[in-house]
Write a protein that binds this ligand. Structure first.
Ligand code: NAD
Length: 491
């Protein structure tokens, strides 16, 4: 485990010398002391990234040359997959198989963007047909500059990959600020990039708290673009900071995503995907389908099966074989989730199962997977992100009501619809105001496809070719190519 910041290709102590404890959420043990970066370290990191962008080779390399580094980083991640997955479990709490999946996805993300970096060489320039034959014009894609990436704790290495891989592919340089709750694998990414021979200053990693390290990065005039994933209130602060210097900004924020289950759905499949949609990663998933709407007729049977299966979920330390639900990431998150359940009860919701700290654990931030019913539409439990293994289930009568209830939210990250009638599923998918719609499933996420939110769930799209566009500027180069002079002033 690394105890220094990675700045300008070197491992350095934070300038103020502080550290913060990294706590294993399953045991509450302090497993490490991570370096606590502050504004001084952010200054050094941005300066290094600035130099690497303005004077270094990185943005001037061909896409194919950059792709070689991205592939080397992917190989470095794969070579250390087991170790990185275990670090993720110790840091975040998630079950080991989930962490292994995340690490493989992170490597896959670097490989995918290596492919797009290769393609960029051929796609960099595009001739533009003008309506005036005296001119010729082309549009040229160029790297945007220094990117500040601020990420959350729910998928620590994967969220880093979603930003760092496309930024590097585009030719940007990066300052990465991981969450103070999960700094371990991001620091390892620095070591992997270093081993891959990434030129100094191209990737800089400053761990630390939001106000101490995140805010100075957002405020820094040397940063050209901010890429943020996290909560809506912090996203709003990031956007305000970006507004001062008109920094480019992309935001991936929270959600309260609906899952519409029509009466013709297969009961077992519906229960499986509802559970995958809310209990995966302890429900700490921005796109978690936390509002489940079930058509009358299927509702009672489905609720019985959902409650029964939810009660069978094996809760435990993520490193224990067979664990399907680990602890929440932190004491703070546990308290937030329990408070949200208490508030739901006070607002009139009924706990069908769960609703408390998991029994049988003397330590660890474990909470029972929880199903809430009769949740008032105006209550926080229905409207606000809980970010824990808590699902609200509610009946609906017909398609129009389901769509209306689903869209009645300030969020619009994701939605899911389940029906045997694919025409209906497509019609509902079109009507849902969300950036991602799953049909007959919930949550599978692919590096190739665009990811991001409508409404208050964000701005811009990550992943796929859309993710690369986040880190590119478009330059118009227009040439006067006529034989005769222009002749406006000088005839
Ligand atoms: P958060 O907003 O508390 O923190 C996110 C990051 O911002 C952390 O690195 C934090 O240190 C930093 N930060 C905090 N205050 C800051 C400030 N003033 N200036 C700059 N940076 C600051 O979010 P979180 O609790 O880490 O993550 C959970 C949230 O993330 C949830 O709302 C979830 O929905 C969202 N999320 C969204 C996506 C998506 O793709 N849309 C993915 C994962 C998580």
């Amino acid at each position: 485990m690394r105890s220094e910041l990675y700045i300008d290709g070197k491992w350095v102590e934070p300038k103020k010398g502080g550290t913060f404890p990294v706590i294993n959420p399953a045991t509450e043990e302090v497993v490490h002391h991570a370096p606590s970066g502050t504004a001084e370290d952010v200054d050094a990191a941005v300066e290094a990234a600035r130099r690497a962008f303005d004077e270094g080779p990185w943005p001037r390399l061909s896409g194919a040359e950059r792709a070689r580094y991205l592939r080397a980083i992917a190989a470095g991640i794969r070579a250390r997959q087991g170790e990185l997955a275990r670090l993720e479990v110790i840091d975040n709490g998630k079950p080991l198989p989930e962490a292994e999946w995340d690490i493989a996805d992170a490597a896959g993300c670097f490989e995918f963007y290596a492919g797009l970096a290769d393609e960029l060489d051929a796609k960099r320039e595009e001739a533009i047909a003008l309506g005036d034959a005296r001119f010729s014009s082309k549009a040229v894609k160029e790297p945007l500059g220094v990117a500040g990436a601020i990420i959350p704790w729910n998928y620590p290495l994967l969220m880093a990959a979603w930003k760092v891989a496309p930024a590097l592919a585009a030719g940007c340089t990066v300052v990465l600020k991981p969450s103070e709750l999960t700094p371990l694998t991001a620091l390892e990414l620095g070591a992997i990039a270093d081993e891959a021979g990434l030129p100094e200053g191209v990737l800089n990693i400053v761990t630390g708290f939001g106000p101490d390290a995140g805010q100075p990065l957002a405020d820094h005039p040397g940063v050209d673009k901010l890429a943020f994933t996290g909560s809506v209130p912090t996203g709003s602060r990031i956007m305000a900071a970006a507004a001062r210097d008109i920094k480019k900004v992309s935001l991936e924020l929270g959600g309260k995503s609906p899952f519409l289950v029509f009466g013709d759905s297969d009961l077992e499949q519906a229960v499986e995907w509802i559970m995958f949609g809310i209990f995966w990663n302890q429900g700490q998933v921005c796109s978690a389908t936390s509002r489940v709407l079930v058509q009358d007729g299927l509702y009672d049977r489905l609720l019985d099966r959902l409650v029964a299966e939810t009660q069978r979920i094996k809760i435990g330390n993520g490193l224990e074989e067979g664990t399907l639900l680990g602890p929440l990431v932190s004491k703070g998150q546990l308290e937030k989730v329990l408070a949200a359940i208490d508030k739901a009860r006070a607002d009139g919701a009924v706990v069908a199962t769960g609703g408390t700290r998991a029994s049988g654990f003397n330590t660890g931030y474990f909470v029972e997977p929880t199903v809430l019913v009769d949740v008032p539409l105006a209550s926080d439990a229905w409207r606000e992100e809980i970010f824990g293994p808590v699902v609200c289930v509610r009946p609906f009568a017909d398609e129009a009501e389901a769509v209306r209830l689903a869209n009645d939210s300030r969020y619009g990250l994701a939605a899911a619809v389940m029906s045997e009638d694919l025409n209906r599923a497509e019609r509902v998918a079109a009507a849902l105001r969300a950036g991602i719609v799953w049909i007959n499933c919930s949550q599978p996420t692919f590096t190739e496809a665009p990811w991001g939110g409508y409404k208050q769930s964000g701005i811009g799209r990550e992943l796929g070719r859309w993710g690369l566009e986040n880190y590119l500027e478009t330059k118009q180069i227009t040439r006067f190519a006529a034989d005769e002079p222009w002749g406006w002033y000088i005839k």
